[in-house]
Design a protein around this ligand. Structure first.
Ligand SMILES: O=S(=O)(O)c1ccc(O)c(O)c1
Ligand SMILES: [Fe+2]
Length: 349
């Protein structure tokens, strides 16, 4: 059933972290996110171009996990429509009073058909927008939250669910038999607000923030080196094939994956063409052909149900991308038909 409420964009994530102070050092001291509010239980963070109260909540807890992915809808009236939609699907639905999450008005939080805790809201406190606060922006200034990426076992089914919410596909990765390994879908006019990564789920793969320039991403790497925290860098910097974005993947103190991303492309016209990549194309995930580290394919964050308990993971039944793109047996190519050289093979374990 197609939804009758209008989702605008990916808006905020709530992550459970074990040590607020250590997480604050990573997200504030190193990544430079702005603290809107902090107390003993949680820190509310925003990036420099954001004027809503937060785009990331770090909440103290015993086990690292995703507590919520939140989408902003176009009006407060849409929140009630969202609640009715998920109730009609038989999903768990929690009506949240204004202020249940600091800075957010009346909202609805559901366990969606893919097993994820997802919130829909409109009313939110406005706070100072730091767009021109060059007096406090560091060399790695982050502009805004851009997207979520989730592990889910059945990508076509998850894609159909998100299309029923009005999302459109921008790019995907398939093989010659039509198996879909990953898919990118959007509401705002960029490559994605949500990406679906085939794998055991529900698990969070990553949240992503955008910068304006590539050098800001390189500066974040230099800063991590200066703090002797280069092991926070999991993958990149590099240039994606899918999305064409310049990227960097970090792992926070609890292992949550955070992507810093810039310069994807506009998708706002009704006839925006879908780009489909061959899973054996070694430039699909890194345009320069650099291998994807194994942990990027396998590790993700547990998600919580509305009562705060971890949700059971369902394993993927179709082939895993990391299995079909091992270069050693010629399953990958830079130029179709030519065997891969020995030195740029993916997933060497
Ligand atoms: O690695 S991919 O080029 O497929 C890719 C593209 C866009 C993303 O946001 C991402 O996380 C991964
Ligand atoms: Fe991403």
């Amino acid at each position: 059933m197609t939804a009758d409420f209008d989702i605008i964009r990916a808006a905020y994530a709530e992550l459970i972290v074990r040590d607020l102070a250590e997480s604050r050092r990573f997200y504030v001291d190193i990544l430079g996110l702005v603290v809107t509010h902090e107390d003993d239980e949680a820190i509310y963070l925003r990036a420099f171009e954001e004027y809503l109260h937060h785009s990331l909540v770090l909440r103290q807890g015993p086990v690292p996990a995703l507590a919520a992915l939140a989408y902003r809808v176009r009006s407060q009236a849409e929140v009630a429509k969202a609640a009715a939609h998920f109730e009609s699907l038989g999903c768990s639905v929690e009506h949240r009073a204004s202020g249940a999450t600091r800075g957010i008005g009346e909202a609805v939080r559901v366990i969606d058909p893919l097993g994820f805790p997802v919130e829909f809201f409109y009313d939110a406190d406005h706070v100072e927008r730091y767009t021109r606060r060059y007096d406090v922006q560091g060399s790695g200034a982050i502009s805004r939250l851009d997207h979520f990426n989730i592990f889910t076992p059945d990508v076509p089914a998850a894609q159909a669910y998100y299309e029923s919410l009005g999302f459109r596909v921008s790019e995907d990765i398939q093989d010659e038999a039509g198996t879909v390994y990953a898919s990118w879908l959007y509401r705002k006019a960029t490559v994605h607000d949500i990406a679906l990564t085939g794998g055991g789920g529900p698990r969070l793969h990553h949240i992503a923030f955008a910068t304006h320039e590539r050098n800001q991403i390189v500066n974040i790497c230099d800063t991590l080196g200066a703090y002797r925290l280069s092991d926070r860098i999991e993958r990149g910097p590099g240039r994606h094939g899918v999305s064409n974005a310049f990227y960097l993947y970090l792992r926070d103190p609890d292992g949550h994956r955070v992507e810093i991303y810039t310069h994807d492309y506009y998708t706002g016209d009704p006839d925006n063409p879908v780009v489909t990549w061959d899973v054996h194309d070694n430039q699909r995930r890194d345009w320069w052909g650099n291998p994807v580290v194994p942990s990027w394919y396998s590790e993700g964050s547990t998600v919580l149900d509305l009562g705060g308990s971890p949700i059971t993971i369902t394993e993927r039944t179709e082939t895993e991308e990391s299995e079909v793109t091992i270069g050693a047996d010629g399953f990958s190519y830079t130029r179709k038909g030519e065997a891969m050289p020995e030195y740029k093979l993916g997933n060497q374990v």
